[in-house]
Design a protein around this ligand. Sequence first.
Ligand SMILES: NC(=O)c1ccc[n+]([C@@H]2O[C@H](COP(=O)([O-])OP(=O)(O)OC[C@H]3O[C@@H](n4cnc5c(N)ncnc54)[C@H](OP(=O)(O)O)[C@@H]3O)[C@@H](O)[C@H]2O)c1
Length: 285
Amino acid sequence: MKIKIGFIGAGTVATTFAIKLAEGGYPVVAVADPDSELTRRMAHRVQGCRVFTANQAVVDAADLVIIATWDQAMAEVINQLSWREGKSVVHTSGFFGTDILEPARQAGAYVGGFHPAQLFANLDQALTALPGSTFCLMGEPPLLDTLKDMVTALQSRYIVLRPDQKPLYHVALAFACDFTMVCVKICTELFQKFGVSSPEAIKAVTPILRGAVDGITTLGFPDCFSGPVTRGDLSVIGKHVSTLEENAPELTALFKTLEKHIVPMALAKGTIDEATAQKELDLLR
Ligand SMILES: NC(=O)c1ccc[n+]([C@@H]2O[C@H](COP(=O)([O-])OP(=O)(O)OC[C@H]3O[C@@H](n4cnc5c(N)ncnc54)[C@H](OP(=O)(O)O)[C@@H]3O)[C@@H](O)[C@H]2O)c1
């Protein structure tokens, strides 16, 4: 018999989990959220899910409560609830450890974390993206075993971290997700300077972006790298810097910082020698 799951917060993450966990055979029995449209959406998509106005009703109805409000609301939500032995509670924050769940732990509940390393921009996108994701789990048995089973039901993978490791994990993800997106946004803005609209620029860049992801997954680091730094093409590197200084000087420092991180990759790939690496670093200083 699978544990009964309840959600506090009915946003994109909670609703994606509720639908997918229900598909995986988990009874999703309760949800509460101030936004009644969102709770109705979850109840409509998940058979047997009851809508409550009070968060405490979710704790009372479920064996495992998943708190998926905004990060800022979590501590207050947890402090306002009564917990008891045998209950389990996890949050979906990428940043928090288990400290904020301390009131529940002190009351005898099992506490942990259940964070998907995935982007949840809207429900349709998230339902498609979730399978194959990696979850960051926190907790101890028996809750940890339950969370591992849930990850399997979500056709995903997991890593287990200590609470004190979570902030670094969360910062690391910003490099893979947020900064990739912001770099593509910068690219489209530069395209507009020579008259290519943002939608056209996105279309133009998407294949090279896919190529980059494929390169990382099939070739790995450092073999996936190509480009002037990897080739040791000092004159092009210098012209890139001066072109940016003329057209978008505010980007020059960022450009140099990122290019410098490619130099050790080129050395590891064996396409440049130490002397060329030093000349590249001098150019990018
Ligand atoms: N979005 C992502 O890509 C992503 C990825 C991984 C993890 N996460 C984490 O997942 C959590 C939820 O993210 P999300 O994107 O699903 O956020 P979201 O769509 O904004 O949903 C959060 C929901 O929590 C509700 N809420 C706020 N205060 C509440 C309270 N006191 N009691 C009950 N519900 C309350 C909000 O309702 P109102 O709007 O009515 O206030 C909102 O519907 C966050 O911890 C986030 O860090 C997000």
